[in-house]
Design a protein around this ligand. Structure first.
Ligand code: F6P
Length: 525
């Protein structure tokens, strides 16, 4: 499905956009319409999306909705939920939504069985019935995984620290840089440490290296391979490779090829989350995501939160030359949310050909980035306000503070959040000094939650997952493969052997050869 820009709906949008790029346009004038906030905001559960500060009026919204219809978005949403092989290059469905169906109504009984296995394991560790090889209770859990087997679980574990069960401390090791594992293990006791090896494929280099190093560290103390069964569990689709690594088959948690890595925190890949916050809270996270799934599947397009957010991004990348968008949570526990979203977003949408392999004729996935507010205000917000790049922002905030007795600090946090979106929108058009002039007309969404809890976080993550899908459908690309990461993995094998042994350097390109020579001179170890 190519030819996006030839569609009549695209042409209409192009005409619409011209009204807003004209010199005299002022976003703030759209608020002359007293109903604007009511008309351009939407509640789903305890999430409120205020999209009124966007460059959008009823006519342009209608045109975006017409584009969604022209790209058959409702049918595409249905296809995902029905389990069609929408990941067409890998010939399989993308059924992360099946992972959060309520127990009893699950279309995949194996999901419920895996959740039960997780629940039993979490209960055994928390009740101290599960003990290490020397009879001591488990105090620390180290999750070894990377990409989707790290970012989601790490982000959620940090975001929901306030819901921690207090039974175990959960750590995450992802980087093949040995410093990461070394620093994490410093201070941990092998007798009370449990390792989770999380890898959908069980072939990922970084995870393999770290898992092997963790095993060596452990066996230095345990001295008996039989002890591994008490300290190593794994989550994978590749049960054979996990068993070959030495994982006891009883300690294997399944996942399935119809779950993409970056969509997998809802599966047993979420085990470190469940160990950190308990199974009830993990199930609340799933329930929150399911609530968003139902909304996405059931709500009409104009009342559909992921659809509206996805269409807005299509609008800005297609007609306003947006090359990036920022996500700025005014919520310290969501510190890792932007890095989690980077994989979800850019691995899914960083594509240049459509589902049939033809070049896409519009911009596709832009760069997504961000950090928590208010910190960002003191680093890159200057560029948002006065730079030449057009960067739409998603602000995220919670009405209630994340700590008791927050005093006025939380109100300061919120007032900063609200003031930034306002400043971006209205600018200082009357300012005469060009150095002090802010052009305004910079769009943003504000996502307001009543509080950050497992249910709301589940909904928030699912909202972005579905927004990504909406964009992929409009652009006609496959959001569920990631072929672009393969070449680097292969090249690293030959560069590894060149680094390992000079005799393997023949045929290297000049840059790699020069760098390797300098590495050899400096690294005499
Ligand atoms: O290299 C990219 C990637 O394949 C991601 O898509 C995935 O989340 C990550 O590597 C880790 O993969 P695995 O869980 O198979 O170790």
């Amino acid at each position: 499905m190519s030819g996006l820009t030839d569609l009549a709906a695209w042409q209409t949008l192009s005409d619409q956009a011209r009204r807003f790029t004209a010199e005299q346009f002022q976003l703030r004038r759209l608020f002359d319409e007293p109903q604007r906030f009511q008309d351009f905001s939407l509640r789903q559960g305890n999430l409120l999306l205020d999209y009124s500060k966007n460059i959008l009026d009823q006519a342009s919204l209608e045109a975006l909705l017409a584009l969604a219809e022209a790209r058959e978005l409702p049918a595409a949403i249905d296809a995902m939920f029905r389990g069609e092989a929408i990941n067409n290059t890998e010939h399989r469905p993308a059924l992360h939504v099946a992972l959060r169906e309520p127990a009893g109504s699950s279309s995949h009984p194996e999901v419920a069985a895996a959740l039960d296995k997780m629940a039993q394991f979490v209960a055994a560790v928390h009740s101290q019935q599960w003990r290490g090889f020397s009879g001591k209770a488990i105090k620390a859990v180290v999750n070894i995984g990377i990409g989707g087997s790290d970012l989601g679980p790490a982000m959620v574990t940090q975001a929901l620290k306030a819901y921690g069960s207090g039974h175990v401390a959960v750590h995450f090791v992802s980087n093949v840089d040995p410093v990461h594992l070394r620093q994490t293990l410093a201070g941990l006791d092998p007798e009370t440490t449990l390792f989770i090896i999380a890898s959908k494929s069980f072939t990922t280099l970084e995870t393999h290296q770290n898992a092997a190093a963790a095993r060596r560290w452990f066996l230095n103390s345990a001295a008996d391979e039989a002890a591994i069964a008490k300290h190593f569990v794994a989550i994978s689709t590749n049960l054979e490779a996990a068993t070959a690594f030495g994982i006891d088959p009883d300690n294997l948690f399944p996942m399935w090829d119809w779950v993409g890595g970056r969509y997998s925190l809802w599966s047993a890949i979420g085990l470190p989350i469940a160990l950190a916050i308990g199974m009830d809270n993990f199930r609340a996270l799933l329930a929150g995501a399911h609530a968003m799934d139902q909304h996405f599947r059931g709500a009409e397009l104009r009342q559909n939160m992921p659809v509206l957010m996805g269409l807005l991004t299509v609008w800005y990348t297609g007609f306003f030359n947006a090359h990036s968008s920022a996500v700025v949570p005014y919520c310290q526990p969501l510190e890792q949310f932007p890095s989690f979203l980077q994989q979800l977003y850019m691995e899914s949408l960083g594509k240049r050909v459509d589902r049939a392999g033809n070049p896409v004729d519009s911009n596709t996935g832009e760069v997504l980035w961000g950090t928590v507010g208010t910190n960002g205000q003191h680093s890159y917000f200057q560029l948002l306000h006065q730079g030449r790049e057009f960067i739409p922002v998603d602000f995220i905030a919670t009405a209630r503070a994340g700590v008791d007795e927050a005093g006025e600090a939380h109100r300061h946090l919120l007032s900063n959040c609200l003031s930034q979106s306002l400043a971006l929108m209205q600018g200082t058009p009357d300012e005469q000094d060009p150095h002090k002039q802010l052009p305004g007309n910079k769009p943003s969404n504000t996502l307001l939650l009543d509080e950050l809890n497992p249910h709301n976080l589940g909904s928030l993550i699912a909202l972005y997952e579905h927004k990504v899908y909406v964009q992929s459908v409009i652009w006609g690309i496959n959001a569920f493969d990631q072929w672009g990461v393969e070449l680097g993995k292969q090249l690293s094998k030959s560069l590894f052997s060149a680094l390992d042994d000079d005799n393997n350097s023949a045929g290297l390109d000049g840059s790699s050869a020069g760098l390797i020579q300098q590495i050899r001179q400096w690294d005499t170890s």
